[in-house]
Design a protein around this ligand. Structure first.
Ligand code: GLU
Length: 560
């Protein structure tokens, strides 16, 4: 976009400036069903799950209607601004692979023809519209001091009257042009307020969620601020002008904005603009661990509100996105039931499916189940790439170990816990992987403690004999069947029963399953492990031998 010359615009008629501005924002050439939407966060904190949720909805519906998705930064509230939070927001979208067509990019550049996409760079634009409203008598300069406003607030409270500056409470609403000019010349600080029309009417709004609202203008009347005393516009004015110029036809935003909607409808009317459609998104809720009641996900109390905590916790990005898509519409659930599938990979969200009514509950167990399905669909190659990427960011010790050896080794290890063809879906988060496959790596194996409870009733000599027998008989080319038969036969020759009846009838020391239990403890140091046969094949006979001997040494020392 060509540079806007703010100073020059101050000198000309507001309507001329507006004309010039509007020429810079031509109609978009899009198919009639195209949704042009935007996410417009303020850089006032971390990347909230709600922000990701709205961004994902915007991405999906714009993409599925051949529309446009814009990322706009609403950075006009400098008091609340938190350093680097714009980067956190952009990083979150980037990491999650949520793509927008226009807006600010992670490297601070802008893409798109309808910018600038940072509100602080658009101040001359807002000012033109504000001046126009003043010239038309629909907005006015207000020179009231904080003290005066406070006095009014107190009086309204005492008399139980709707709070705010409006009608008779506004000293400057009907001031003469001379009085205004005088104050301006004196340099008295001012704000610009909207002149809420006297005419009483009922505003009707139908949200895209299907919900219909009626607002009585009498109840909402307020000469709200359009421009603050620092010359910067408020959200009410700025977002509306931006959405209008950027040709946004659907505003998707949190439903906490419903109560401000009457202001926005009135402002559209004053400016002679047609409002876009709105979808006020029900909030993401959580079950409060203390009260057990539902409440809005809280920035302060709930770590899961920060998208980076969910990622750090090991949820795959596609798991998070699929989950959010699922809660955005009841249609997703319906489709999973009709198609009898746990997830629908090619699901297409369209605006008619968006959810109305109550908030959506963040159910971590469901998120886990979806993530498990998503991980189960990853090829060993994909999973190893994702795991390396994840651990590099969040578990550097593990990363250093796995990245130090062959990637195909990692893939084979992963296949023991995640192989949908063999119905192994053991992983729902990347954080679970180090515990499950760490033993395959010597550096980790060495740090593990033996869990020997399941074999502690066997005499040392028996364990030693079993281990030696196994090492003598196991061959690298054994089939799974050979492997099982060898273990059974070693069990039998070492006084272990083949089944329960035999165990009861004889004085066997235990069942033959003690044999795999010993091998398992030797090679994994655990009582539970992935498929033992596979584990041995991956580790190789030399390592098998080392680990078996290591267990013997350990038990020998333990027995004194
Ligand atoms: N800047 C507003 C916020 O962060 C955006 C609301 C909107 O999308 O219009 O809540």
């Amino acid at each position: 976009m060509t540079e806007l010359n703010g100073e020059k615009m101050q000198e000309e008629e507001a309507s001329d400036s507006i004309q010039k501005i509007e020429n810079l924002y031509p109609e978009r050439k899009l198919p009639p069903e195209a949704i042009v939407t935007r996410v417009a966060p303020s850089p006032t904190g971390f990347a909230h799950l709600g922000f990701v949720y709205i961004s994902l909805i915007c991405q999906e519906i714009s993409r599925n209607t051949n529309g446009v998705f814009i990322f706009r930064l609403e950075d006009t509230d400098q008091k609340r601004e938190i350093k680097d939070s714009d980067t956190a927001l952009l990083k979150a979208l980037n990491v999650l692979d949520i793509k927008y067509d226009e807006g600010i990019t992670l490297d601070g550049e802008e893409k798109g023809q309808y910018g600038p996409y940072r509100q602080t760079e658009r101040v001359p634009i807002y000012n033109a519209y504000i001046r126009d409203l003043i010239e038309k008598g629909m907005a006015y300069y207000c020179f009231m001091t904080e003290e005066e406003i406070e006095e009014i607030r107190k009086e309204q409270k005492k008399n139980n009257i709707k709070p705010g500056i409006y009608g008779q409470y506004s000293k400057w609403r009907d001031a003469t042009p001379e009085d205004i000019r005088k104050q301006l010349e004196l340099g008295t600080p001012y704000v610009v307020r909207f002149k809420w029309p006297e005419k009483h009417e009922i505003l009707n709004h139908k949200d895209l969620s299907g919900k219909e609202y009626f607002f009585d203008t009498e109840q909402y009347k307020e000469d709200f601020v359009l421009q603050k005393s620092n010359g910067i516009p408020t959200y009410h004015l700025a977002h509306l002008i931006d959405d209008y110029l950027m040709k946004v036809n659907l505003v998707v935003r949190g439903n906490e904005w419903i109560s401000s909607l009457p202001k926005h409808i009135m402002l559209h009317k004053a400016l002679g603009l047609k409002p876009p459609s709105y979808y006020h998104v029900p909030p993401i809720e959580i079950l409060d661990p203390e009260t057990k009641g539902r409440r809005k996900l809280s920035k302060r109390k709930d770590p899961e509100a920060n998208i980076f905590n969910l990622l750090k916790d090991g949820f795959p990005k596609d798991g998070i996105k699929t989950y959010l898509l699922w809660i955005s519409t009841s249609e997703y659930d319906r489709q999973t039931q009709i198609q009898n599938k746990p997830i629908i990979p090619d699901f297409k969200l369209d605006p008619s499916m968006l959810k109305s009514g109550a908030g959506s509950l963040l159910d971590i167990n469901r998120l886990k189940n979806i993530s498990r399905e998503i991980i189960a669909q990853m090829s060993p190659e994909e999973l190893s790439t994702n795991l390396l990427e994840w651990s590099k960011l969040y578990d550097l010790d593990f990363y250093n170990v796995i990245s130090n050896s062959d990637k195909s080794y990692l893939q084979r290890c992963l296949e023991t816990v995640n192989n949908p063809n063999r119905n192994r879906k053991d992983i729902s988060k990347y954080t679970e992987i180090p515990e499950k496959i760490g033993f395959f790596y010597n550096e980790i194996y060495e740090t593990l403690e033996y869990e020997i409870s399941s074999i502690q009733n066997l005499p040392f000599e028996t364990i030693e004999k079993i281990i030696n027998d196994f090492l003598n008989r196991y061959k690298e080319d054994n089939t799974l069947e050979d492997f099982v038969n060898i273990m059974k036969s070693i069990g039998a020759t070492n006084g272990l029963a083949l089944n329960k009846e035999e165990l009861e009838k004889t004085n066997a020391l235990g069942l033959w399953s003690m044999v795999p239990a010993i091998i398992r403890i030797a090679i994994t140091k655990r009582n539970i492990s992935p498929d033992l046969y596979e584990c041995i094949r991956i580790l190789g006979t030399r390592e098998l031998e080392n680990r078996m001997n290591q267990l013997l040494n350990y038990l020998r020392e333990k027995n004194g």
